[in-house]
Design a protein around this ligand. Structure first.
Ligand code: 9WN
Length: 431
């Protein structure tokens, strides 16, 4: 624990550490014991950064445990299922994905067949930056490096659908922001046959049953194609270049170059690739007319209309030109995103018709997205913005605890209690 913490911060720290201890299953952390009883990909990246401040050994195990699920082509699945958890504890369980019938999937663990924002190299480097035992940490990085390289190679080979440098998501779950209003248009265009699935979730009012029919339909198409790259490229109906996913990809590509340097590998190809992603982000997703980044639907070539918190993701790009950073921060601090009475950035433009203050990723404010913006603001030398995000994010957990998400106007906690990344990122903020 940081010895400069105030009494109040120490209490917060201890409470956050208790959540992580309680959600530790022996080799990894569940996002929330009741609602999400398996291991999730971007959750583990966030959680490892918090664990690094509390139990460094566990932080490394967290990432290694996730990579047990990696497929032969490098795909790092968004869920690694725990076989000891009851079959109906989470929908959709392993049977939806059939990973055990895919020749490239691991044999000893069942997984999903989708990705999530690739924050893992960034997380691994952050673990190293606060490691007490540098030799041990270097050995850990050397072990993880080839797995990270494979993860990035998969993204570049299989997910760069139009050879632009950017990667595409093929399912809303891959964005991490499942029911973001940004996906309403491409999801609405999806043809739906009847499915036998129904959502089994009480704590959330959203996503709705109809959203779930569409989510399941998209997985069915992927599974029936054998998760084939040709299907993704040519026919899969959901293919979107998202600014937040690509910003995490870019930040992790830079981190990969640094990890390569530390472990005696060649950083140059990673640096060159980062440059390509940086240029593509600006060429393809920056919308000069509205002064923000937007997701691009590859199936009709158009930018998606709703501005969400993902539009600020490219603050993670260290080379973002100063005028672009200025436009983004102006929007971030405007009534559309920061008008929420001292609480941090909501997930959707408050003035958009789709905004819904209680609607999961359609309006509430989340700790992880605000952590990303805080991190990006610090890297761009914007201490005032970073301080605002820091203070308002900690205010949420002081007021409502380590909830999954929060009302952006009054900070009321919503969704699951004792949510792991809310606790972990508070540890990282306080450190
Ligand atoms: C689907 C675990 C995950 C997060 C996602 C969040 C939610 C799953 C769900 O929970 O997604 O992957 O069942 O809704 O949207 O960001 O990783 O915490």
């Amino acid at each position: 624990m940081n010895s400069r913490l105030t009494g109040d911060e120490t209490v917060l720290w201890q409470a956050a550490a208790r959540v992580l201890d309680a959600n530790w299953t022996g080799g990894a952390t569940v996002p929330s014991p009741g609602l999400y009883p398996h291991q999730w990909s971007w959750d583990s990246a966030f959680v490892s950064m918090g664990l690094a401040r509390h139990r460094h050994d566990r932080a490394e195990d967290e990432l290694l445990s996730l990579f047990r699920g990696q497929w032969a082509d490098g795909l790092l699945p968004h869920i690694v299922f725990n076989s000891r958890v009851a079959r109906h504890a989470y929908f959709p369980g392993p049977e939806l994905w059939d990973s055990d019938r895919q020749p490239g999937a691991p044999r000893d663990v069942r997984t999903s067949g989708l990705t999530q924002p690739p924050l893992h190299a960034l997380a691994a480097l952050r673990l190293h930056a606060c490691a007490a035992d540098l030799e041990r940490s270097r050995a850990f990085l050397a072990r993880l490096y080839p797995m990270l390289v494979a993860q990035h190679r998969y993204l570049a080979r299989v997910r760069d659908l139009e050879s632009t440098g950017l990667v595409a998501i093929c399912h809303p779950w891959e964005s991490g922001l499942d029911n973001s209003p940004a996906w309403d248009r491409p999801l609405g265009a999806l043809q739906l046959p009847p499915t036998g699935y129904a959502p089994r979730r009480t704590p959330h009012t959203l996503p709705t049953g109809e959203d779930y029919d569409r989510y399941v339909r998209l997985v069915t198409l992927l599974r029936e194609s054998g998760y084939h790259p040709g299907h993704l490229r040519e026919t899969h109906p959901f293919a979107v270049e998202d600014p937040l996913v690509n910003a995490t990809y870019l930040a992790s590509t830079h981190a990969l170059a640094e990890i390569a340097r530390i472990v005696g590998g060649d950083p140059v190809p990673h640096r060159e690739h980062a440059d390509r992603v940086h240029r593509a982000l600006l060429d393809r997703l920056w919308d000069r007319d509205t002064g923000c980044f937007r997701a691009r639907d590859l199936r009709d070539g158009r930018l998606l209309p709703v501005v969400t918190v993902a539009s600020f993701g490219p603050l993670l790009d260290p080379e973002l030109p100063a005028p672009v950073v200025r436009d983004l921060t102006d929007l971030l601090l405007s009534a559309r995103f920061a008008g929420a009475a001292g609480y941090p950035v909501p997930t959707c433009d408050i003035q958009a018709p789709a905004f819904d203050r209680g609607g999961y990723w359609r309006g509430p404010t989340w700790i992880n997205t605000n952590w990303i913006l805080w991190y990006g603001a610090l890297a761009h030398g914007l201490p005032v913005v970073a301080d605002l995000l820091y203070g308002s994010t900690l205010r949420l957990v002081r007021q409502s605890g380590f909830r999954e998400y929060f009302d952006p106007f009054d900070g009321t906690g919503r969704g699951s209690h004792d949510y792991s990344w809310s606790a972990a990122l508070v540890l990282d903020l306080l450190a």
